[in-house]
Design a protein around this ligand. Sequence first.
Ligand SMILES: C[S@@+](CC[C@H](N)C(=O)[O-])C[C@H]1O[C@@H](n2cnc3c(N)ncnc32)[C@H](O)[C@@H]1O
Length: 343
Amino acid sequence: MFQIIEESKAKIKVSKEKKISKKLPVFYNPVMKLNRDISILLLNSVRKSKLQIGLPLSGTGIRGIRFLLELKRNKIKNISFNDNKKNFIKTIQDNISINNIKGKNNILISNEDANLFLLNSSGFDYIDIDPFGTPNPYLDTTITRLARKGILAVTATDTSALSGTYENACKRKYWAKPVRNELKHEMGIRILIRKVQLVGAQYEKALTPIFSYSKDHYFRVFFKCKKGKTKVDKIIRKHGFFETAGPLWLGQLWDKKLVKNMHKNADAELQKFLKVIKEESEINIVGFYDIHRICEKLKTEVPKYELLMDKIKKKGYKVSRTHFSGFGIRSDISKEDLIRIIK
Ligand SMILES: C[S@@+](CC[C@H](N)C(=O)[O-])C[C@H]1O[C@@H](n2cnc3c(N)ncnc32)[C@H](O)[C@@H]1O
């Protein structure tokens, strides 16, 4: 019924069933390896050390175990694993033993509802919300227990609501109107960001995105927290509409210095993923141009992207590809000027 698998430096006991499902006795999704890789890279690339880490929805514990094995020395002060699944304590203890993790006195394990776990804690410098679907049920307690200068990581897998397949679901859950066009993923992630920020605002916590991305079936955003009413007011001033989508976050999706650092520290595989993000993080512009879509409307041939980007650069504009779409170009050029170049 169980097998041992390896992910990076960690070994984990997982269910033998091939189909990934919520119903598995222990939930492990190999597709989320990159999600975990990025978390490790980000924590290794920020200046912070001696972190108190909270993992309210731990699953097999793979993420926390990898933190223990792969974060630089001094990064972790203590780490708390929680999951409400039956037998979770045994699952995690087994996985800790399999990995020969020493110095277990900085590891806490609990088997409660995530919200109770968070409220009963004394708070964390890093909290990772990795739910099935929306992070909504955990936002209040997470933000309440997030340290004044903490980091919050949020995954959302309900991208069909955020990206406009179910518009009413997005309105109900995220208080905003999504779009169904080529911008759907970027608009969706900005809608998610605003929602998290609004919850933060209630507790006078200003949450600024430092790293965001959309991949496979999920969105992922890391926020840095700062406490204070005026800081929160500044955040809220950056909420608004982009064309018909919104209200959403119109500010930065990345801290470009951090992205540079992450890119520098990454292995070859992650560098490939981060390359485009690094380039687009330099351009603080909302949305991008879908070149295929524009050419279709103009009834012209799609130009070579490199050539087009060169021409845009030569005119003095910033330009990059975007990880949100293979057809997109992020630039501060106006649509009229872009069309002139394409023509
Ligand atoms: C997507 S999985 C987490 C995966 C894990 N973070 C990883 O990186 O492999 C979500 C987990 O949340 C747990 N869960 C769902 N609802 C919960 C709740 N209300 N309280 C605590 N855990 C919960 C599930 O048992 C499941 O293990």
